[in-house]
Ligand binder design. Structure first.
Ligand code: PCA
Length: 329
């Protein structure tokens, strides 16, 4: 009896000595692929989110961010998370418009062209979006908008006619459709690859934010950026639901808190980057200015067609999102 308790006490001391030398619990390692360059504000925000999660979970969840499409290319990230090849990751929401039109709510031209409007549109779309994602074994943790989208060219462009035949880099169904409706030739290229595509002439134009043109130094190949404020597409961070359901309640709360901080920090960065990166494009030698009246009116016609097409494709869900958004205004 005495001997046993002595042995047990000894074993307990030994256990304390051993576990004391290790972290309280082995850290769970999560890989987080992201599609955009390490210096992009979404990627920097992702790293800050991972740091927050490491701190807030007392080191129990250790996220490694892989920016620039280095672990999975942008187009493959969502599937990698759904199938459990990675636990968590970030992707451009409208990159999945071909799966479900709901994913393209943020790329309806001129529907919500400011930061304030796009935040309302996102709130209106969130319940439906979460429902669609849940059916795909995914939980959205946070989402951050890109700055407003404008048009890049390697020449002066004053009308839709001037756009005919131009090779256009697209990043989603909506951007490909915009090219078709303006007589351009769309080719889908990830942001990580665009510097080369412009340098080699594979593409001569794109719609994107000042941020992406700035990140990729497109002034080396392109000459004009026209502010159009067509839409503000979102990037979102999602986690695999099997992984998420295995997380303790305390760690779920910690991660959700970090996600809320990341959403507001990312939004702030996106706002600040809007002017900063347009100034950067101009400093690189580009002409940066609002699109002229004739070009804008042509784009508005194209936008009306795209809006009708999206409403048709998104059906009741699309109508509910737009109605919910309009009710907030
Ligand atoms: N940059 C991303 C998507 C929207 C944006 O501003 C890109 O061009 O791929």
């Amino acid at each position: 009896m005495k001997m046993t308790s002595k042995l047990m006490a000894g074993a307990a001391t030994l256990a304390i000595a051993v576990t004391g030398a290790l972290p309280a619990m082995a850290a769970e390692k999560w890989d987080m692929p992201m599609a955009y360059s390490a210096s992009n504000f979404h990627s920097e925000n992702g790293v800050a989110f991972a740091d927050c999660v490491r701190d807030a979970t007392g080191g129990e969840i250790d996220i490694t961010v892989h920016p620039g499409g280095s672990l999975f290319a942008g187009a493959d990230i969502k599937r990698a998370i759904q199938t459990g090849q990675v636990q968590i990751g970030e992707r451009l929401l409208s990159g999945h418009q071909n799966e479900n039109a709901v994913f393209g709510f943020d790329s309806v031209p001129f529907l919500a062209p400011s930061f304030d409007d796009s935040a309302k549109l996102f709130e209106a779309a969130k319940p439906k979006l979460e429902e669609v994602l849940a059916e795909q074994n995914l939980t959205m943790l946070y989402a951050v908008p890109w700055p407003p989208q404008g048009l890049y060219f390697n020449k002066e462009v004053n009308s839709i006619d001037d756009m005919k035949g131009i090779k256009f880099r697209s990043y989603s169904n909506a951007t490909s459709r915009l090219a078709e409706l303006t007589g351009m030739l769309p080719v889908t290229i990830e942001a990580a690859e665009i510097s080369q595509a412009f340098a080699t002439g594979v593409a001569e134009s794109m719609i994107s934010s000042g941020a992406t043109g700035y990140d990729r130094k497109v002034w080396e190949s392109l000459s004009h950026f026209y502010e159009v404020d067509a839409w503000l597409p979102y990037n979102y961070v999602m986690v695999n639901n099997d992984v998420w359901s295995g997380v303790s309640d305390a760690n779920k709360a910690a991660i959700t808190g970090c996600a809320e901080e990341a959403a507001s920090r990312g939004l702030q960065a996106s706002k600040e980057y809007t002017q900063f990166t347009m100034d950067g494009l101009a400093a690189g030698g580009m002409t940066v200015q609002p699109a002229g009246d004739e070009l804008m009116s042509g784009l508005r016609d194209v936008g009306a067609t795209m809006t009708a097409e999206w409403l048709e494709a998104a059906g009741e869900d699309g109508k509910a999102i737009v109605d919910g958004f309009k009710a907030m205004q």
